[in-house]
Ligand binder design. Structure first.
Ligand code: IDC
Length: 456
C-alpha cells in the first residue's frame, strides 16, 4: 500500500495536478490528466484516467500516452477504443464522450499487465497536445471578421473557391517552410503576427514526407500538423495541410503513407471549418494519368472521414499544370480527376517562370479551379535575387482572376524566398520593422490589404 500511495503522489506531481487546481481566470489551452492506480496485484494493475480538455472544444479526440516499456500492456480498457503499439497507447473517444467542451472531462480506465518496473505511464497528449495541465495564455478568440469567421466552410463552385454564402473568395497567405527544419518559427507570437499584422487568410503547413519528414515519425508529424491546424483555427485562419512530396516526384511512391496520414488528419479535423487538404505538393517526372490515379485513391480516404472539405491536387511538372514538361492545363481539362470539390495546384517562382506560365494560367483559369498553393518571389531554387516586376505581374494576375495563394516561406531560412530575416525565430519579435526580408516586406504589403469577403 505504501508503494501505491507513493506512486499516486508521484503521478500528481508529474502530471501537474497542483498547477491545474488554481483559479482559472482565463480560458486555457491544452489538457489535464488525472491518473490514478486503483488496484494492483502481482503482474497487473488497474488505473483510472480522467482527461480534461482545457483547450477549444473538440469533437473527436485521441488520448495518447507512453508506457514505460513495451512489456507493459493494456489488457482491457473502457470508455474509449484502446490500442497499443510498442509502448505507445492510444485511446480514442467513443460516441458518448467524443465531444468535449472546454473544461469538460472524460473518465477512462484500463487494466494492464506489467513485467517489472513501475507501471506509470507518461507523456499524456490530447489530440497531440501535451497534457501539462498548466494554464497558458488563451488563444485569441476568432472574433467576427476573421477569414474563417466570415467565410466559414469553403467549397468549390465552378472554377472558384466559394464561401458559406456561395460567393467566390480569394485567400492570400503564407506557407511554412519544412516543419521538420523550421518548427521553432511557428509559435504563438509568430502566428499572432501572421494573423494580426499580416492579416493572412491562411497558413499552409508544409509537411515534407521525405528529407527527415513524415516518413521518419508518422505519429509525431501528424500531431505537429494537427497542432498547427488548431493554432490557425484559434486565429481565424484557414490551414492548408500540405503533404509535401518532392523527391521522389511520383506521388504513388508515398501512396500508402498518404492514405494513412490523410485518414488520420481528416478524421481528427472533420468538424473544423478551416481545413483544406493538399494531397501532393509537386509531382515531377511522372505522367498526369499517374497523378490522377493517385488522387483517385487518396481523395476517397479523405471524403470518408471529412466529406465536405476542399481537396487540392498537385499537377505535372512541379505543379506547373504540365507547362514545365512542355504541356499545359489542357491535359487536365481533357482528363480531370474523378472527384468533386477539388482544385488543382499551380506553383511558380517569379524569377524563373514568366510570361509563358502566366499565359497558361490565364487560359486554364476559365476551365479549372486553380489554387496557387506555393510560389516564390525568387528563382525556383528558393534563392537568388527577388524579381519584383515578375512577382507584381503574377500577383496582379492572381488578384484579377481571384486565385488564392500562399507564399514560400514564412520562415527565417537563410535564402531569399524567406520572409523573415535569419535569426528571427531565435527571438520573440515577429512584428518589428527589422524582421522582414525584401520578399517578406513585399508579401506583407500585398497580403495585409483588406479582403472585403462577400457576405451576401
Ligand atoms: C526548398 C527550400 C530549401 C530546401 C529544399 C529541400 O527552400 O531550403 O533545402 O526545398 O528540398 C519547391 C518546393 C520546395 C522548395 C522550393 C524552393 O515545393 O520544397 O523548397 N521550391 O526550391 N518547388 C519549387 C521551388
Amino acid at each position: 500500500m505504501k508503494r501505491l500511495l507513493a506512486l499516486l503522489a508521484t503521478c500528481a506531481t508529474v502530471l501537474g495536478l497542483t498547477a491545474a487546481a488554481g483559479p482559472q481566470a482565463a480560458a486555457a489551452t491544452g489538457c489535464k490528466v488525472e491518473y490514478s492506480v486503483t488496484g494492483q496485484w502481482a503482474g497487473g494493475f488497474q488505473a483510472g484516467v480522467k482527461v480534461t480538455n482545457l483547450g477549444t472544444p473538440v469533437t473527436g479526440w485521441t488520448l495518447g500516452f507512453a508506457m514505460p516499456d513495451a512489456g507493459q500492456r493494456i489488457t482491457q480498457g473502457w470508455n474509449a477504443t484502446w490500442s497499443q503499439s510498442g509502448p505507445t497507447v492510444s485511446a480514442v473517444g467513443v460516441d458518448w464522450n467524443r465531444t468535449l467542451a472546454t473544461g469538460a472531462a472524460a473518465d477512462l480506465g484500463f487494466t494492464g499487465s506489467f513485467t517489472g518496473g513501475n507501471p506509470r505511464p507518461t507523456a499524456f497528449t490530447l489530440n497531440g497536445v501535451a497534457c501539462t495541465g498548466s494554464l497558458e495564455e488563451p488563444p485569441p478568440a476568432p472574433a467576427d471578421g476573421t477569414p474563417v469567421g466570415v467565410n466559414g466552410q469553403l467549397h468549390v463552385c465552378g472554377v472558384h473557391l466559394c464561401n458559406q454564402y456561395d460567393r467566390p473568395v480569394q485567400l492570400r497567405g503564407m506557407s511554412t517552410h519544412g516543419v521538420q527544419w523550421f518548427g521553432t518559427c511557428y509559435n504563438a507570437a509568430s502566428l499572432d503576427a501572421l494573423a494580426r499584422d499580416w492579416k493572412s487568410d491562411l497558413l499552409r503547413i508544409a509537411m515534407y514526407v521525405q528529407e527527415d519528414g513524415y516518413e521518419t515519425d508518422p505519429a509525431g508529424f501528424t500531431s505537429r500538423v494537427n497542432g498547427l491546424v488548431d493554432q490557425a483555427e484559434a486565429r481565424g485562419m484557414y490551414a492548408l495541410i500540405d503533404f509535401h512530396t518532392l523527391t521522389p516526384g511520383d506521388p504513388n511512391y508515398n501512396l500508402d503513407r498518404a492514405k494513412t496520414f490523410f485518414a488520420s488528419v481528416a478524421a481528427r479535423n472533420a468538424g473544423k471549418k478551416n481545413v483544406i487538404y493538399e494531397i501532393a505538393n509537386e509531382p515531377n517526372g511522372v505522367s498526369w494519368s499517374a497523378i490522377k490515379n493517385y488522387a483517385e485513391q487518396v481523395i476517397p480516404v479523405i471524403r470518408a472521414a471529412d466529406p465536405d472539405a476542399v481537396v487540392i491536387v498537385g499537377t505535372r511538372g512541379w505543379s506547373s499544370l504540365g507547362v514545365s514538361d512542355g504541356s499545359d492545363g489542357s491535359e487536365v481539362v481533357n482528363n480531370p480527376v474523378n472527384a468533386t470539390n477539388l482544385m488543382y495546384a499551380f506553383h511558380f517562382y517569379a524569377a524563373s517562370h514568366k510570361d509563358a506560365y502566366r499565359a497558361a494560367v490565364s487560359r486554364a483559369a476559365s476551365q479549372l479551379p486553380l489554387f496557387v498553393t506555393e510560389f516564390g518571389t525568387v528563382s525556383a531554387t528558393g534563392g537568388g535575387e527577388m524579381d519584383r516586376a515578375s512577382t507584381t505581374s503574377w500577383l496582379d494576375l492572381l488578384d484579377q482572376l481571384g486565385i488564392s495563394y500562399a507564399n514560400w516561406t514564412y520562415s527565417d531560412a537563410p535564402e531569399s524566398s524567406a520572409a523573415l530575416r535569419p535569426g528571427t525565430c531565435d527571438g520573440g519579435d515577429y512584428s518589428g520593422s527589422g524582421v522582414l526580408t525584401e520578399s517578406g516586406a513585399l508579401l506583407k504589403n500585398r497580403i495585409s490589404t483588406a479582403d472585403n469577403f462577400p457576405t451576401g
